[in-house]
Structures are given as structure tokens and as C-alpha cells.
Design a protein around this ligand. Structure first.
Ligand code: NAD
Length: 396
């Protein structure tokens, strides 16, 4: 099959196995060139196939030398359809981990379900014994509650009033105004049910009850705060309310795990191009402006650089883990530096269709978006006929 990108808005419905493998290898190469981390031995990553979860898994395995289990929701190739990017990423990861002599297993399915939790628990018991780090990095538009059967949908909307700001079609470069009506009470409730902390709490409870958390085990989930311009739609909107719930869950889990020397954190990460962030209005244009400013200053980071810094300088640094006044880990610290934010705000005020490629790194954004699916990657022959059927070595 000759695989080319097929996009529908912010979704790409095809993925390229060799391009994805190359993107994973690039992340592994970055990590193996850094000093090793004295960290966890056995790691469970929930939401492990793309974005921050995949980078966390790569750092665990290739910087800390850990065995890993990845849980994720991805699809194999079928007929004329390619597999999803996360499928190809995970196949490449598992092959590389095996070559490096580390154990790695994949569980593909709905992390919100009792069935997948039970399956993961069985696998940990038989293959790893106990876990000393649980990374929770699920980003999903929907969740079916395992006890009530209700299916919730998350929305990205402001609360209270209508929000209007600039947004970009990152394929065409057209900058327009996006107007988003406020969420209803029920939309808010559903978004918190999908992206809040309930499922993370359920995972930790079940692992703890099964006796599978090692003494001193750590758990971490990811959040975002971001600039003033996106506050109304993000941090003070429905998704921000869900993140508040996630952060409250971390405080609760920290109390729960501390009885056994354990810890729970939320890490606030930088805004980056991922499948999830490209779906949020306004954010792709903000990321384009941010990338331009941070690249010019030489402090740009991608998922892998962020996660390596999280592990080496926060979670597994010598001494106490550095947190802010709300007990949050801040690896968005470089993004949020006042001089970076001031420059981005300055660019933001001027951005229009006419100058977007000049004032922002929209070209870089667009390229990274395609790279998420294995396209626009150096060294790959996109005219070559390749087999889309790729096996994940240790799929359970
Ligand atoms: P992503 O879309 O790249 O990854 C999401 C992962 O969740 C994938 O592995 C996917 O397979 C998995 N997943 C989705 N639904 C699932 C389900 N039902 N069962 C099992 N797995 C499922 O997203 P991301 O941007 O890396 O986001 C991960 C976390 O990081 C989120 O909490 C997000 O809010 C946070 N974060 C993202 C950014 C950003 O800019 N991208 C910034 C800060 C924090």
C-alpha cells in the first residue's frame, strides 16, 4: 500500500508505519544520549501510545532502564485502512525495548473499563510483580463509566460567557475569529467525568487493593495552565474544571499513598502539538506563536525533552521533588517565563492571515502535526509500497 496523509480538519485518518517508527527512534536517540536516570524499575503508563504518555514510556525504558506496560486505545490495520499512529508507535517502541533487553507489554483497549483494569492487573502480577511508577496520560473525548454504564462526552467550552478569539486553520493558514458559546451544567459535569481524576483514582485503588504498588510507589498525571489568552476557553473553562478535579485527586492520592512511602503528583506540562491539543480552538495558533519565540531563544522542547526533564529534574532528582505553592510540578516553567509570555502576547496582537507564516511558526506546527502520523519525516520514501499490517510484539 502507498500511504499518504488523509486529513479531515484536525484529524488525520491514515498513519505511516515507517514514519512513526522513525519518530519513536528519534525520541529514543534523544534519551539515550542523556545521562541515565536512577528511577523506577517497573512502570505502568496508561495512555502510552502518543504524546506525553509515549514520551514517558520512552524515558522510563531508555533513560531509567525500566520494564513497562503500556495501556492505550489504538487500532490495527484492517483492509484498506492503516493502523492508527499509536499502534505503529507502540510496535516500534516494543521492538526497540526488547532489543535493549527490557520487558515491555501492551494492552490495547478502553482504560476506563473494569475489563482492561483487570487484564492489566493480571499481567502485572504474572510478569512484573509490583509497579513503582504509574503514569496517567489518557486524553479522550468520551468515557463510559464502568459502574453506571453512562457515556460522557467532554467539550472544550468556556463557562459563564461566550468566548471569542483568533484561531487558525493550520492547513490553509487562514486566521479567523472563533466564537464558542458557554457550556451547560451538564456539559461541565460530563467533561469532568471524562478528563477529571475519577478514573485515575480507580486505577490506583485497584492496584493498591491487589497489592501491586511497590513501597514508595509514585504516580503522576498531566495538566496544563497556559497563557491569559486561552484561560477563558481552557483553564477557566470546562477542561480547566476537569483539571482542577485531577489536581484535587492528586492531593487525595498523595495522602493515600504516603502511608506506604508513596507519592502522587500532577505535572503541568508545556503546550505541544499532539492529537489532543490540535482539537482545541485557538491553541494551535498560540502554539505556533510560542514555538517561534521559544525556538528563537533556544529553549524549545518537544514531548521527549519535557518528559526527560520531568523525570530527571523533578520526579527522580536527588532530594525533594520541586513543586509550586499548589504542590504542582511545573515543567511548563520555560513556557510561562514572563518574558516569553510578553513576547507571545505581542505577536498574538499582530497575527493575521497575511503575516501568520512570518510572525509565528505555523509551518513548524503543520509539519509536527503530520509527523504525529509518521508523515513529513526525513529519510522515508512516501512513494514506496509498504505493508500496513504491523504486529505489536507483546500485545496481551
Ligand atoms: P494524546 O492524544 O497524544 O495521547 C492520549 C493517549 O490516551 C493515547 O495513548 C491514547 O491511545 C490514549 N487513550 C485515549 N482514550 C483512551 C482510552 N479510552 N483507553 C486507553 N487509552 C486511551 O494526548 P496528550 O496531548 O499527550 O495528552 C496527555 C495528557 O497530557 C492529557 O492529560 C493532557 O491534558 C495533558 N497535557 C497535554 C498538553 C499538550 O499541549 N498536548 C499540555 C499539557 C498537558
Amino acid at each position: 500500500m502507498i500511504i499518504q496523509p488523509k486529513t479531515r480538519g484536525f484529524i488525520c485518518t491514515t498513519a505511516h508505519p515507517e514514519g512513526c517508527a522513525q519518530q519513536v527512534q528519534r525520541q529514543i536517540d534523544y534519551v539515550t544520549a542523556q545521562p541515565a536516570i536512577e528511577g523506577p524499575r517497573n512502570v505502568l503508563v496508561i495512555g502510552a501510545s502518543t504524546g506525553y504518555g509515549l514520551a514517558s514510556r520512552i524515558v522510563s525504558s531508555f533513560a531509567a532502564g525500566a520494564n513497562t506496560i503500556g495501556v492505550y486505545f489504538d487500532k490495527a490495520a484492517e483492509g484498506a485502512r492503516t493502523a492508527s499512529a499509536g499502534w505503529y508507535n507502540s510496535a516500534a517502541f516494543e521492538e526497540a525495548a526488547a532489543s535493549a533487553g527490557r520487558k515491555s507489554y501492551s494492552i490495547v483497549g478502553d482504560a476506563f473499563s473494569d475489563e482492561i483494569k483487570a487484564k492489566t492487573i493480571d499481567l502485572i502480577r504474572t510478569e512484573l510483580g509490583q509497579i513503582d511508577l504509574v503514569v496517567y496520560s489518557v486524553a479522550s473525548p468520551r468515557r463510559t463509566h464502568p459502574k453506571t454504564g453512562e457515556t460522557f462526552a467532554s467539550v472544550i467550552k468556556p463557562l459563564g460567557g461566550t468566548y471569542t478569539n483568533k484561531t487558525v486553520n493550520f492547513h490553509s493558514g487562514e486566521v479567523t475569529q472563533a466564537t464558542i458559546e458557554p457550556a451547560t451544567e451538564d456539559e461541565l459535569r460530563q467533561t469532568i467525568a471524562v478528563m477529571g481524576g475519577e478514573d485515575w483514582q480507580m486505577w490506583i485503588n485497584e492496584l493498591e487493593q491487589a497489592g501491586l504498588l511497590a513501597e514508595g510507589a509514585t504516580t503522576v498525571a498531566y495538566s496544563y495552565i497556559g497563557p491569559e489568552i486561552t484561560h477563558a476557553v481552557y483553564r477557566e473553562g470546562t477542561i480547566g474544571a476537569a483539571k482542577n478535579d485531577l489536581e484535587a485527586t492528586a492531593r487525595r492520592l498523595n495522602g493515600q499513598l504516603s502511608a506506604n512511602g508513596g507519592r502522587a503528583f500532577v505535572s503541568v506540562n508545556k503546550a505541544l502539538v499532539t492529537q489532543s491539543s490540535s482539537a482545541i480552538p485557538v491553541v494551535p495558533l498560540y502554539i505556533s506563536a510560542l514555538y517561534k519565540v521559544m525556538k528563537e531563544k533556544g529553549i524549545h522542547e518537544g514531548c521527549i525533552e519535557q518528559m526527560y526533564r520531568l523525570f530527571s529534574e523533578r520526579l527522580y532528582s536527588k532530594g525533594e521533588t520541586l513543586v509550586d505553592e499548589k504542590s504542582l510540578i511545573r515543567v511548563d516553567d520555560w513556557e510561562m517565563r514572563p518574558e516569553i509570555q510578553a513576547e507571545v502576547a505581542d505577536v498574538w496582537a499582530k497575527l493575521s492571515t497575511e503575516n501568520v507564516y512570518e510572525l509565528s511558526d505555523l509551518e513548524g506546527y503543520r509539519r509536527e502535526f503530520f509527523q504525529l502520523f509518521g508523515f513529513e519525516t526525513d529519510g522515508i520514501d512516501y512513494e514506496a509500497d509498504i505493508n500496513p499490517d504491523v504486529n505489536i510484539p507483546n500485545l496481551r
